[in-house]
Design a protein around this ligand. Structure first.
Ligand code: HEM
Length: 494
């Protein structure tokens, strides 16, 4: 029995390898699927890809295979779009077809296709439209979003002042401040910097970002079924996410108890009212599951991204004190020291605006973009991409294009300034992506970055405890969000 069993297994493996390779060749060779490295059954291109630095592996493959190629993460087929032309053609010119959300096993496990970020089809359309309108309405409500950010910026300045010029890690203060802004929109209130329960949640968002970078969490995306049985950081990530869910459920319950149907206070109220209005509609996507996940989407996407960008930004300014000095000069000239920065100042501050754009370009926060998928069989250039195929429209390939940004690997605000020092717009500036899935929080994030950064620099000079030439501003690579290496800084009142 034994030898026969082994032979049978060997035979089955050989036949499936041959079938797979022949199907692969047929699809890529006849001008159907884009080309790519040879993939093996089940493990796909796992051996050829650097799991710790997938963006780098993808860059290297683009040199060999050009702007459109196919890779396999385990058994998941992914078509990669590399370079401004391919990304723009897909996301803008063929926007509908490329508007699906692609699979990423860990995200599927956490979101289960609910909410805004990881949903598809009618559910995504309804929830995205609702989120955009609601964010806009609260921007026009009693207290504008601009006022909410200005208020939080003042709290942050006080918090930073309390460090008394001693070195500190800015992660938690920045995350807490940014989180409070989205909290005031979704939960109706900010949380005090001493609030222990909320601090636990903030720590969990940070912990999750780190866990996401771990090798095992990356491997989850390649071999989800297997990884479900293996202990490790990916299991903690899943457990932490349950904690977030509990927090939102608790808030939802509190909102239900004090809901006034005629006067929504925040995103949760607006969603509860919509649920009430659509009770009789069978097609409605406004239910408790989607409420919890959409709220979490806004809370998590609205916290980690902007605060990590600010953290990178402060580190870059520590590295280049001459750039910080020029921003200080512009702040003193346009805003002065006696009033809070406001959005109207930005158009008169081309240098600061260019520095913020360059921070976002240089740090390449979401290097591979959030995966997309094609919503139907799609003709793209000379290829046909089957419905449902996951697509990586790679943002780093556009933000790092040397035709638009000479020496893209260097930090240079001049990338966004013309010869007269005026701000220069660029079509290649797409850190928020482009097309139908473009970031829902772009306007909010841009306001936060401008107001928080200028308020910090209006009040403080940054000082590094180590020599600026020893500061390493290269991001820690990730398949999700590129974070800066941990660092400390001192803030000296001006
Ligand atoms: C610097 C800050 C930010 C950056 C760089 C950023 C970047 C991105 C990127 C690259 C995507 C994927 C777009 C695509 O699939 O093509 C995205 C999606 C999204 N972002 Fe942001 N984001 C930021 C801040 C925010 C904020 C503050 C919020 C909350 C209000 C937010 C909410 C979302 C949501 C809900 C989506 C999913 C959109 C969809 O699937 O339709 N983001 N963001």
């Amino acid at each position: 029995m034994e030898p026969l069993g082994a032979t049978t297994v060997f035979f089955v493996i050989c036949v499936s390898c041959l079938l797979f390779l022949s199907a692969w060749r047929k699809l890529s060779g006849s001008g159907k699927l884009p080309p790519g490295p040879v993939a093996f059954p089940i493990i796909g291109n796992t051996l050829q890809l650097n799991k710790r630095n997938l963006p780098q592996s993808i860059h290297e493959l683009s040199v060999k295979y050009g702007p459109i190629f196919t890779i396999y993460l385990g058994s998941l087929r992914v078509v990669v779009l590399y370079g401004q032309e391919a990304v723009k053609e897909a996301l803008i010119d063929q926007g509908d077809e490329f508007s699906g959300r692609g699979k990423l096993a860990l995200a599927d496990k956490l979101a289960k296709g609910t909410g805004i970020i990881f949903s598809n089809g009618e559910r995504w359309k309804q929830l995205r439209r609702f989120a955009l309108t609601t964010l806009r309405n609260f921007g026009m409500g009693k207290k504008s979003v601009e006022e909410r950010i200005q208020e939080e910026a003042c709290f942050l300045v006080e918090r930073l002042r309390n460090t008394h010029e001693r070195p500190f890690d800015p992660t938690i203060p920045l995350t807490h401040a940014v989180s409070n802004i989205i909290c005031s929109i979704v939960f109706g209130d900010r949380f005090d910097y001493e609030d222990q329960k909320f601090l636990t949640l903030i720590n969990l968002t940070e912990e999750n970002n780190e866990l996401f970078r771990s090798l095992l969490a990356q491997l989850y995306n390649f071999f989800p079924t297997l990884m479900d049985y293996i202990p490790g950081p990916h299991q903690l990530l899943i457990k932490n996410s349950e904690e977030f869910k509990r927090f939102v459920l608790e808030r939802m319950k509190m909102h239900k108890e004090s809901l006034d149907l005629s006067c929504p206070r925040d995103f949760i109220d607006a969603f509860l009212i919509k649920m009430e209005q659509e009770q009789q509609n069978d097609q409605s996507e406004f239910n408790t599951e989607n409420l919890v996940r959409s709220t979490l989407d806004l809370f998590l996407a609205g916290t980690g991204t902007t605060s990590t960008t600010l953290r990178h930004g402060l580190l870059i300014l520590l590295k280049y004190p001459d750039i910080e000095e020029k921003v200080h000069e512009e702040i003193d000239h346009v805003i002065g020291r006696s009033r809070s920065p406001c959005m109207a100042d930005r158009s008169q501050m081309p240098y600061t605006d260019a520095v913020i754009h360059e921070i976002q370009r240089f740090i390449n926060l979401v290097p591979l973009n959030v995966p997309h998928a094609v919503t139907r069989d799609t003709h793209f250039r000379q290829y046909v991409i089957p419905k449902g195929t996951t697509i990586f429209p790679v943002l780093q390939s556009v933000l790092g294009d040397s035709r638009e940004f000479p020496k893209p690997e260097q930090f240079n605000p001049g990338h966004f300034l013309d010869e007269n020092g005026a701000f220069r717009k660029s079509d290649f500036f797409i850190p928020f992506s482009a097309g139908k899935r473009i970031c829902v929080g772009e306007a909010l994030a841009r306001m936060e970055l401008f107001l928080l950064l200028t308020t910090i620099l209006q009040n403080f000079t940054l000082k590094s405890p180590i020599d600026s030439k020893d500061i390493d501003i290269a991001p820690l690579p990730s398949i999700a969000v590129n974070a800066p290496k941990p660092y400390q800084l001192c803030v000296l009142p001006r």
